[in-house]
Design a protein around this ligand. Structure first.
Ligand code: FES
Length: 105
């Protein structure tokens, strides 16, 4: 397995409080701007098959649109039932105003 840094856009395209789904690599990724910090986690809820990009961003948490579990976007932790499994997180790097995500292939 190799790792690559994938350029996913300009950092100013994602304002604080914004999030978007990226269909890249093996699984969808949720990219979010949490109070000025760009983070990336798996977009699919660990409870059932729901896209977290359709949920709500609340501070450092994203709330699943299906059953309401919240996940911390900083470390992927599941903080509310019914989800019990944490989200995968992806390393992020900002270079020359571009957002790079580390993916395994
Ligand atoms: S699918 Fe996300 S909490 Fe159930």
């Amino acid at each position: 397995m190799t790792t690559v840094w994938l350029d996913v856009g300009i950092d100013t395209d994602l304002e604080p409080g914004d999030m978007k789904r990226l269909d890249i690599g093996r699984e969808p990724v949720l990219l979010a701007n949490v109070e000025g910090t760009i983070v990336a986690v798996a977009d699919t809820c660990t409870h059932e098959d729901a896209s977290l990009s359709g949920g709500a961003l609340d501070g450092v948490f994203v709330r699943c649109p299906l059953h309401g579990s919240r996940f911390c976007l900083l470390d992927g932790k599941a903080v509310d039932d019914p989800a019990e499994i944490d989200l995968k997180t992806f390393p992020i790097r900002i270079e020359h105003g571009r957002i790079l995500i580390e993916l395994s292939r």
